[in-house]
Design a protein around this ligand. Sequence first.
Ligand code: NDP
Length: 307
Amino acid sequence: MTARKLDGTAIGRAIKEEVKKEVEALAESGIRPGLAAVLVGDNPGSRVYVNSKVKTCAELGLYSRKIELPGETTTAQLLELINSLNGDESIDGILVQLPLPNAIDTNAVLEAVRPEKDVDGFHPVNVGRLVRGQACLEPCTPAGIMEMLRRSGLPISGKRAVVVGRSDIVGKPMAFMLLHRHATVTICHSRTKDLPGVCREADILIAAIGRTAMITGDFVKPGAVVIDVGMNKAETREEAERIFGPDEARLAEIGKKGYTLVGDVEPRTVAPIAGYLSPVPGGVGPLTIAMLMSNTVKAARLRRRLA
Ligand code: NDP
């Protein structure tokens, strides 16, 4: 037996199609949802993310504005920008690409974004509402995973869920979302004792760690749903073979690009045991961006008090 693939690319495409239709419907009322994407400094990874968000806005008919600031930007300057975006009628969502340069007070910046425009769901008001189970703008990655589970017809209520990772952007909100859908949730982290044993209790196992292929077959209960959030790189043929087995496409990719994208899960040992597995790439990644688009439309409607 091998795990069924949870196809994030296909699910992301379906979500984006729905968002596009909503954007078209809003256009009939003269409304065009708008996203401001703020990029500070010259982190190449951040640039790629911001560009792909802006590109997706264009594909779906949303207005977008990319604002690039130099690495020397001060907290005060950034706060001034956020303030002006907060009052800008053409902007429904404000996204500040993380990580910000060290000299900037990230918390002050995230708290400056108006909660109604906080499409990343990082503002304490949205975090508080999420914890309380109230309607809010939810962080995109865990919201995308919930969509993946829902659209794949995978039940959550009564299941044992284990989330490995306790970050504010993935692990913690993920755990609360699963809890609100009536899973029994355990959150693990770097000091968890007997991590494989705890993970083996999971019907739904979420790996949001940032450690290459750390979740191996001995962490997985037979038939479990395994969601791989991690985004890491394997740079040698030996490493790729250990993680994927004899996968010619992966080896060719290393030959061509110098790396292949790898999650926190080791497919070679996990796929024969799990019931469902999300791949990397093509799993959680495409959902994150789809949910950002969905959140921007949601923010546009909420701000205008539309249902
Ligand atoms: P963080 O580094 O903020 O958090 C990692 C978490 O993993 C921490 O809670 C940490 O524990 C835990 N951890 C680290 N090592 C171990 C270990 N050996 N055993 C158990 N737990 C461990 O990462 P993020 O949550 O931001 O991201 C996680 C991964 O997901 C990364 O690979 C990131 O690139 C990827 N990601 C992917 C996205 C997508 O769209 N596909 C979006 C966001 C993230 P502790 O708290 O004790 O340090």
